[in-house]
Design a protein around this ligand. Structure first.
Ligand SMILES: Nc1ncnc2c1ncn2[C@@H]1O[C@H](COP(=O)(O)OP(=O)(O)OP(=O)(O)O)[C@@H](O)[C@H]1O
Ligand SMILES: [Mg+2]
Length: 477
């Protein structure tokens, strides 16, 4: 039985079966008790009749009360009737022998009593009286014996009923404890686990929920579906980063082309000089021009390499990243945009900066997004030019590294500042911006267990502050 549905069915099936059995036992025993109590009452009637008989017999024999004779006849008749009515019960309980013994004792009592009733007062002898009294005592003993045995079996049934009740209460208690344990360990526990996993997903931390591969129940199915969903979201996020990357490549492609143009032009000029002035050049000059050629082709290949590295699709690779180098490389990619908008770019490092374990590619996209936003914000200003400053800092023993990207662009109006991280929020003209840059940035930083906040003064500029934990983030698994 692997599923909870099966277990619950079995559990309730067993409970129901137990309840039905207990109820039937209880009803059967109650009926039995009822019948026995009725029988006890009938035996008590028999005993009462015998005792009444004895009372009137005493009145007749000792107090010579002749009126007692009618009563004696009445109770003799009643005793005989009750005895006959109880015939089956007596035979069942005590056996035919005891039944007949009582019948014989009653007959004998009657035969002893009749002459005494017919005799005049004072004519009954002492021997006759003793014989009658002795026979009467036997009758009382017989009748008492009958009701005693029935009373004893009634008590036994009563105990049985009580035992059934105790077993039922015990079972009920056990079921309650078991259900509670089952609810807490098998249902509430996993639900809490699921809740914290969902909260992590909300923070863009896609950590799979632990589960045993053998588990086949519904909760494990839910966990499996959840893990699949989390993986899917993770992949989509990576795809989003990648598509953002491609989009931003579009933004600075012309700049890159311009960047490449310079070394290629230089190479062409140097090569031309080498061909045309070959004769006039001495060995040292030729050597210098050759070095220029190598230097310029290195520059060109450096630009291409940087671009290739940025556009490469390696979504999940975490590696040790030197933030300073990453900032420089990213700035190199947008060099032309900076030049075009007459933007000074500077970088400052404060404190001892460790290398961080990051998804380098996604993180470079973070810088691209922030830098291009800053470039755009500066471009929006009425006057030309501006400054972008990146400050990388870490205070001694601080578990966080802080990255600040500061610009003196147009700034963000206070009523918009809460929306800038929302997907598709943009103030750019249609076709110029998708509004996904900061949303992707936010996701990437959260995925690295970091935080991002923004401070801005309209007309003065904007500062983005990112904090990243030193050491391996969880998402690095
Ligand atoms: N440094 C900044 N200065 C002023 N405003 C900014 C700055 N960075 C972001 N914003 C504002 O936040 C908005 C959202 O930025 P986001 O990067 O998410 O999208 P976008 O830049 O508009 O579009 P895309 O990134 O797709 O080109 C921008 O449109 C802009 O209004
Ligand atoms: Mg943007």
């Amino acid at each position: 039985m692997k599923t909870y549905r099966g277990k619950i069915k079995l559990f309730f099936g067993l409970c129901l079966a137990f309840l039905v059995i207990v109820t039937m036992l209880y009803i059967a025993n109650s009926f039995d008790l009822y019948h026995r109590l009725v029988t006890v009452e009938r035996f008590d009637d028999l005993l009462d009749n015998v005792l009444e008989l004895r009372r009137y017999e005493k009145n007749l024999l000792f107090f010579k009360d002749m009126q007692s004779r009618d009563k004696i006849s009445l109770y003799l008749r009643k005793t005989e009737e009750t005895y006959r009515e109880l015939a089956d019960t007596i035979i069942r309980l005590k056996g035919r022998r005891d039944y007949e013994v009582f019948g014989r004792d009653l007959e004998k009592y009657k035969s002893l009593l009749m002459p005494a009733m017919a005799a005049a007062p004072g004519e009954v002898t002492r021997e006759q009286i003793d014989a009658i009294r002795q026979q009467a005592r036997k009758l009382v003993d017989d009748a008492t014996g009958f009701s005693r045995i029935e009373r004893q079996s009634s008590e036994a049934i009563l105990y049985r009923l009580m035992a059934i009740l105790v077993v039922f209460i015990g079972f009920f208690f056990l079921i309650t404890v078991l259900s509670y344990r089952l609810l807490v360990t098998r249902i509430l526990g996993p639900l809490a686990q699921m809740k914290s996993a969902t909260e992590l997903v909300m923070q863009n931390n896609y950590r799979p929920v632990d589960l045993s591969p053998q588990a086949q129940d519904e909760i494990s199915d839910l966990f499996r579906a959840f893990n699949k969903m989390a993986r899917e979201i993770d992949t989509r996020c990576d795809q989003l980063v990648q598509s953002r990357k491609m989009a931003s490549i579009g933004t600075f492609t012309s700049g890159i082309a311009h960047e490449l143009n310079n070394p290629i032009n230089n190479i062409s000029l140097v090569a031309q000089a080498l061909i045309e002035d070959e004769e006039e050049l001495d060995h040292a000059e030729r050597h210098s021009l050759y070095r220029d050629l190598i230097e310029q082709s290195r520059r060109a290949s450096g630009i291409v390499k940087n671009l290739l590295e940025f556009s490469r699709t390696t979504p999940h690779r975490h590696e040790n990243v030197d933030l300073e180098v990453l900032v420089d490389k990213t700035a190199a990619l947008i060099k032309n945009e900076l030049r075009f908008h007459r933007i000074r770019f500077s970088k400052e490092v404060r404190g001892d900066l460790p290398s961080l374990y990051l998804e380098k590619n996604s993180f470079q996209q973070v810088f691209i997004n922030l830098f291009l936003n800053a470039v755009h914000a500066i471009g929006e200003k009425a006057e030309k030019g501006g400054e972008i400053k990146v400050v990388l800092s870490r205070r001694e023993d601080d578990p966080w590294v802080t990255i600040e990207v500061i610009d003196d662009g147009v700034g963000i109006p206070p009523d918009k500042i809460n929306e800038i991280f929302d997907p598709f929020f943009t103030t750019k003209k249609e076709g110029e911006g998708t509004g996904l840059g900061l949303s992707v940035t936010y996701n990437t930083i959260r995925k690295h267990d970091g935080t991002i906040e923004v401070q801005s003064t309209p007309g003065r500029g904007t500062r983005f502050i990112i904090r990243l934990p030193v050491g391996e983030p969880h998402a690095a698994v």
